[in-house]
Design a protein around this ligand. Structure first.
Ligand SMILES: Nc1ncnc2c1ncn2[C@@H]1O[C@H](COP(=O)(O)OP(=O)(O)O)[C@@H](O)[C@H]1O
Ligand SMILES: [Mg+2]
Length: 493
């Protein structure tokens, strides 16, 4: 780029030199007043002819090229060369003519450049040099054409011959430098714009392509066992994303069907079992009350009665689980005062606790929240029941509000044997119990915690266990407080 721009300048310099050769005899360059007139603001003809060029001419009078070349060849030692160049410089200085260059700071060649010029086969050098313009304090970087050739400086009509002269024709490189700087800035700007728009375009395109996938993903994350009827949106993109969404929905449909079949089986089986179990229990009661069974017969009848009671409970539990699976667990929400609620449960369970010398405490304030009191009572009763079955000496019921005042926190803490950490989650699975003899002896079916979880989930809450082996267990129930009326202190019972 720069090379071709410089080549253009070199051509202009050659042209300028050609016209200088043509015009020199008529420019009256030897006029001693020329520079003074120019300094006084007069437009002298030489400046007028070469407006953009800077020219300097030094006549080497009494020399011709072959002699000069021979002199240079003969100057074999550095001293001799030094003497030759000094001599040349002296005659250059006295004969110097300047057009637009500063006569006080002329263009000067180094010894090597001068030697190269004398030896140059085409009699010229092209150099980049700082050149002082007239009336300027600082040098300008210029392209300089230097030629060593005889030049006709006075009109031939006056009888003078051409003299050998060193002629410098210079032009500023400022234009080229400006062009290159501008070009560089434009390129940088284009690169920056290109990078930014490529980035933005890629971002937008990727967003457009991934947008539908994101929608599908969000929907898929939302869907679980409780809301299997929902489907992911099918974006009409006509590509793999659409096919994927359709495949997901097909899979959800099949899952829903098999879940539903399983739930209906549990529900139907429980229903079907209810009547015969009630009949068994009723007949056993009848026989006990209305006949006179022997001691052994009476014993058997009592076992039949208690076992059918257990079966009734189990069936009720299974029905409830089937109902919460299908999302049919209907909550009758009402305002609840936590302290009151827990004290009532404690009062109800007191005889059971006393029977095994367990202390049942209630701590915490009366804080209002909203929920289904009967279902939540079922939850807490199961948790306290578990603590009692585990053989706790002390069971403490507590209630607190979280810092933001949005979550009610109920807890049942016991000092029983505790639960191994790896079992804590699994206890919420159906029919899952600890493998210790106590669990078996107490006769629970292992459904209590799963039912409790179903109820708490339906409230939009969370239930979990914390336990230290040998220290005791705490069951936590966290519930959103819901729409509780703002109460004055007086209203709290
Ligand atoms: N507080 C507790 N301390 C020790 N073990 C517990 C406690 N709570 C629950 N468990 C264990 O978890 C099992 C499951 O409890 P649950 O689901 O209520 O069923 P169930 O009470 O019918 O056995 C219990 O059988 C018992 O082994
Ligand atoms: Mg239980």
């Amino acid at each position: 780029m720069r090379g071709s721009l410089v080549a253009g300048v070199d051509r202009q310099l050659q042209d300028t030199y050609v016209s200088l050769v043509r015009l020199a005899p008529s420019l009256n360059l030897h006029d001693p007043d020329r520079l003074d007139r120019e300094a006084n603001g007069e437009v002298v003809i030489s400046r007028y002819q070469f407006p953009d060029s800077f020219i300097q001419i030094e006549e080497l009078a009494f020399y011709d090229l072959p002699t000069l070349a021979t002199d240079l060849q003969n100057a074999t030692t550095p001293t001799m060369r030094g003497q030759l160049f000094k001599y040349l410089r002296d005659i250059q200085a006295v004969s110097r003519i300047t057009i637009a260059t500063d006569p006080d700071h002329p263009i000067e060649l180094t010894d090597a450049q001068l030697a190269a010029l004398i030896e140059a086969p085409d009699g010229q050098l092209k150099l980049n040099l700082p050149v002082r313009e007239r009336f300027r304090d600082t040098p300008t970087p210029m392209r300089v054409l230097v030629r060593l050739e005889p030049l006709q400086l006075k009109s031939a009509a006056l009888g003078s011959d051409p003299t050998l002269a060193v002629t410098y024709v210079a032009r500023s490189l400022g234009g080229i430098n400006n062009t290159l700087t501008n070009l560089q800035n434009v390129l940088l700007l284009l690169c920056a714009i290109g990078a930014v728009s490529a980035g933005t375009g890629a971002y937008l395109l990727a967003g457009q392509a991934l947008g539908p996938l994101r929608l599908v993903r969000r929907a898929a994350e939302r869907i679980g066992g409780e809301n299997l009827t929902e489907r992911v949106p099918v974006p009409a993109t006509g590509d793999e994303v659409e096919a994927l969404a359709q495949a997901l929905n097909g899979m959800l449909g099949r899952l829903e069907q098999s879940f539903e079949a399983q739930r209906r089986f549990t529900s139907d089986a429980s229903h079907e079992l209810r009547t015969p179990v009630t009949a068994i229990s009723g007949h056993a009661s009848y026989l006990l009350r209305r006949t006179n069974p022997t001691g052994q017969q009476a014993e058997s009848l009592k076992i039949i009665q208690s076992e059918s009671e257990r079966l009734t409970n189990l069936i009720a539990s299974l029905l409830q689980l089937a109902r919460s699976d299908s999302g049919a667990l209907v909550l009758n929400r009402a305002p609840i005062f936590s302290g009151l609620f827990l004290r009532e449960i404690a009062r109800e369970l007191a005889p059971l606790a006393q029977a095994q010398q367990t202390t049942l405490d209630v701590s915490g304030d009366d804080l209002p929240f909203e929920g289904d009191p009967d279902r939540l009572k079922q939850v807490i009763i199961n948790l306290v029941g578990n603590a009692l079955k585990a053989g706790a000496r002390t069971v403490t019921l507590g209630s607190t509000l979280d810092a933001a005042g949005q979550q009610m926190h109920l807890s049942v803490q016991d000092d029983g044997p505790g639960i191994p950490a790896d079992q804590l989650e699994r206890l919420f699975d159906r029919f899952y119990r600890l493998e210790d003899s106590r669990s078996r002896d107490q006769g629970g079916a292992g459904l209590g915690l799963s039912i409790a979880k179903g109820i708490v989930d339906a409230h939009g809450g969370r239930i979990w266990l914390e336990s230290d082996l040998g220290q005791g267990t705490t069951a936590h129930v966290q519930l959103p407080i819901g729409n509780v009326p703002v109460l004055d202190d007086d209203d709290v019972p």
